[in-house]
Design a protein around this ligand. Structure first.
Ligand code: 13P
Ligand code: SF4
Length: 338
C-alpha cells in the first residue's frame, strides 16, 4: 500500500506538462482516500489494474499492478489470474485484454479514450481492401478496434512490428492503419536489403505526426551528447535522425541501460515524466505533447468503474469478433515466441 510520502517521492521530480501537474506532498495526501478505496475494491473483487506508460503519473505510481507498453500489458492481461481487469489506457487496449480473456470482466474507466489511429479505419474498410489485395497478408497495428483485428491476419505492436513482418513468409503485406510506421518498416527493410511489397493505409497518430526533424537538430545543437529516442509512429524524416527507435517500454529500458546522461524522447510526454521520476540524475530535454485520450484517465473514474461499472465501461464482443480477433492477436504471440 503506497503512502503519501512514497507517492510524493515518485512524483516530485516530474516536470512535464503544465505547472498544475507539479506535485506536492499535500496533493499526494489528498489523493490517498481515493487510492485506499481503489485498493480495497481490488482485493474484494480480485481485480488488477493495468496502466499504460502515458497515463498520468499519480495513477501510474499509486494503483497500478502492472505498467508498460501495449505489448507488455497485453501479455500481462493474457497471463493474469484475476477475475477483473481494469485497463487505464485507451479503448483498443482494453478491448485487446478482453480478446485475450473472454471469460473475465474487463473494465474501461475511460470509455471515450479513442485513438486517432484506431478511429481511422473500420472493419468494412478492411473487408473492401481484402478484395482489392487478395494475395496480401493483412497485418494490423494493435491500435485498431477488435472488429478490425477480426478482419486481419496478424497483429503487431511498436515493439515487434519490424521483427514480425520480417518473419511473415508472404512477401505481399498490407499494413494498417499507421502510414508513418509503415513507411518506417519499408525503410528498415530497404536498409537490410529485404524486398517486400508493403501496401499502406493512410492513418496517423495525431501526437506523433506533429514532430519535425528540425526540432531534433535544434535539441542536438543545444544538448551536447544528447541521445534521441523516437517512437516508430513518427515520420521517417524524424525516425531517420534517431539514435534509438522503439516502443515506450523499449525506450524506458534503453535509458535504464544507457551510460548517457541526457536524452530527448520523441513521444507522448508521459514517458518523459516516468523517466524523470526513475532517473532524477539524468537530464531529459524539454518539449511536451500530451495524448488527450490517454490523459483523460483519472483515479476517480477507476474508483467508479470498480464500484459501479456502467455498460459503457464493460467490454463486450460478439462471439465471431471475439474468436477471429483472438486468432489475429494469438498469431502475434506465436511470432514473438520464435
Ligand atoms: P507502445 O506500445 O509503444 O506503448 O505505444 C502505444 C501507443 O499508442 C503509442 O502512441
Ligand atoms: Fe493513439 Fe497517438 Fe494517443 Fe497513442 S498517442 S493512443 S497512437 S492517439
Amino acid at each position: 500500500m503506497v503512502t503519501a510520502e512514497q507517492l510524493y517521492e515518485k512524483l516530485k521530480d516530474i516536470q512535464v506538462g503544465n505547472p498544475i501537474c507539479r506535485f506536492t506532498q499535500e496533493n499526494c495526501e489528498l489523493l490517498l482516500p481515493t487510492i485506499r478505496k481503489i485498493e480495497e475494491l481490488k482485493r474484494e473483487k480480485n481485480a488488477i489494474i493495468l496502466v499504460h506508460n502515458y497515463v498520468a503519473p499519480q495513477i501510474y505510481y499509486s494503483v497500478a499492478d502492472f505498467t508498460g507498453d501495449s505489448y507488455g500489458l497485453s501479455k500481462k492481461a493474457k497471463e493474469s489470474n484475476a477475475d477483473v481487469i481494469v485497463f487505464a489506457a485507451v479503448r483498443f487496449m482494453a478491448e485487446t485484454a478482453k480478446i485475450l480473456n473472454p471469460q473475465k470482466t474487463v473494465l474501461d474507466p475511460n470509455p471515450n479514450g479513442g485513438c486517432s489511429l484506431a478511429d481511422g479505419i473500420t472493419a468494412e474498410d478492411v473487408i473492401r481492401l481484402r478484395k482489392e489485395f487478395p494475395d496480401h497478408t493483412f497485418v494490423c497495428y494493435i491500435n485498431t478496434t477488435a472488429e478490425v483485428k477480426a478482419q486481419c491476419d496478424v497483429c503487431v505492436t511498436s515493439s515487434n512490428v519490424y521483427a514480425i513482418i520480417e518473419k511473415i513468409p508472404n512477401n505481399k503485406i498490407y499494413f494498417l492503419p499507421d502510414r508513418l510506421m509503415g513507411e518506417n518498416v519499408i525503410n528498415h527493410f530497404k536498409s537490410k536489403g529485404l524486398n517486400k511489397d508493403i501496401q499502406l493505409w493512410d492513418g496517423t497518430c495525431y501526437v506523433h505526426e506533429e514532430y519535425q526533424p528540425e526540432s531534433i537538430d535544434q535539441v542536438r545543437r543545444n544538448f551536447e551528447g544528447v541521445e534521441i529516442l523516437v517512437h516508430p509512429e513518427c515520420s521517417s524524416s524524424v525516425v531517420g535522425k534517431a539514435d534509438y527507435v522503439g516502443s515506450t517500454s523499449q525506450m524506458l529500458n534503453h535509458v535504464r541501460e544507457s551510460n548517457g546522461d541526457s536524452f530527448f524522447l520523441v513521444t507522448e510526454c508521459g514517458l518523459t515524466g516516468v523517466l524523470q521520476s526513475e532517473f532524477p540524475q539524468k537530464t531529459f530535454a524539454g518539449s511536451c505533447t500530451l495524448c488527450k485520450y490517454m490523459k483523460s484517465n483519472s483515479l476517480e473514474d477507476i474508483l467508479n468503474v470498480l464500484e459501479n461499472p456502467g455498460p459503457e465501461n464493460t467490454i463486450t464482443l460478439d462471439p465471431e469478433t471475439q474468436q477471429r480477433s483472438l486468432q489475429c492477436v494469438e498469431r502475434m504471440f506465436e511470432y514473438s515466441a520464435h
